[in-house]
Design a protein. Structure first.
Length: 336
């Protein structure tokens, strides 16, 4: 696979005014989301819900791609169209979550490392055949008393780099996601420092593993005060701190950065992205790869009437995609 093809895919993922919808919740995670609104976690409910999301009319106006889960990339619409084909027909790039989740990092209490490297080359080969052109691997960095440790940060960076190199070998654009978790009472300065060290370690590892940055997308967490920190930050403070941290650590050759929402409210996730783009020009396109901040309104509506509320739920998905697409251009305006 040529670097040109990887770069072309990466650039299409962050095309102006477009971003990614993350619908790659594992069966365990979607179980939690469904339980929150009283939906039974069956395979058919998961399939029907992903069909609702992916068949949202005109979703491709603002969505360049979607991240799917292993089960989802093998599923089809009720009329028998595989989701990956449906997406390609609608101009959206299929992506796939390939990590196997987080596990306690031995020797480092309270910290986790993401697993899933064993057998990854063969899985990527199969996912490519199923239509995937980008992948996602999420590392989790927790902030707390005496954590994160350098061992945790470097172990996760090493795994991300090995994953990214394997993806590129198989013609798949790696989305590298080191998520600094917002739970906790830490302040925004602590989040800044942890995010900075995490990104420095990540880009050093990517370099050591000969990962071509031109064919790589960073999925970043924003620099935020912990969710229970007494001193919360303004939209402008979050945007400025996040930009400062990214500019200090992320090479300009990267084709783009997308953000996760991480538990922020829908409105906060959009407002922060919008503010960062208004503060531009920036070295890279800044867009979104939101899960909860794209879906939560739709899931709630759908749960109230699985057969009758499909169109209403899709309307909220479209509205969230449009708001975030505008925020990716710095053109979003909060409702009066
Ligand atoms: P959230 O936007 O809900 O954080 O999910 C994005 C994601 O894909 C995390 O890996």
């Amino acid at each position: 696979m040529s670097i040109e093809q990887l770069a072309e895919t990466a650039l299409a993922m962050v095309a102006p005014g477009k971003g990614i919808i993350a619908i790659d919740e594992s069966n365990a995670t979607i179980a939690k989301r469904f339980a929150g609104v009283g939906i039974e976690n069956t395979e058919e409910h998961r399939r029907a819900y992903r069909e609702l999301l992916l068949t949202t009319p005109k979703l491709g106006d603002y969505i360049s791609g979607a991240i799917l889960y292993d089960e989802t990339i093998r599923q089809s619409t009720k009329d028998g169209v595989p989701f990956a084909r449906l997406m390609a027909e609608r101009g959206m790039i299929p992506g796939i979550k390939v990590d196997k989740g987080t596990f306690p990092l031995a020797g480092c209490p309270g910290e986790v490392v993401t697993e899933g490297l064993d057998g990854l080359r063969a899985r990527l080969e199969e996912y490519y055949k199923l239509g995937a052109r980008f992948a996602k691997w999420r590392a989790v960095i927790n902030i707390g008393d005496d954590i994160p440790s350098g061992t945790c940060i470097d172990s996760n960076a090493h795994a991300l780099a090995r994953y990214a190199a394997l993806c590129q070998e198989q013609g798949i654009v790696p989305m590298v996601e080191p998520e600094v978790i917002m739970d906790g009472s830490h302040d925004i300065e602590t989040c800044f420092e942890v995010t900075e060290v995490t990104l420095r370690s990540l880009f050093a590892s990517l370099y050591e593993h000969s990962v071509m940055l031109e064919g790589t997308i960073l999925k970043a967490s924003m620099v935020l005060p912990g969710s229970t920190c007494a001193e919360q930050a303004t939209v402008e403070e979050v945007a400025a701190a996040t930009l400062q941290c990214l500019k200090a650590t992320v090479p300009a050759t990267l084709p783009g950065i997308v953000f996760l929402s991480g538990g922020q409210s829908d409105e906060a996730a959009t407002a922060h992205l919008n503010a960062m783009n208004q503060m531009g020009p920036n070295p890279w396109p800044l867009s979104f790869s939101y899960g909860r901040a794209m879906q939560s309104a739709a899931l709630k509506l759908w749960s109230q009437d699985l057969a009758g509320n499909v169109a209403a739920a899709q309307a909220t998905v479209y509205a969230r995609a449009r708001d975030n697409g505008l925020a990716a251009l710095g053109q979003w305006q909060a409702a009066a």
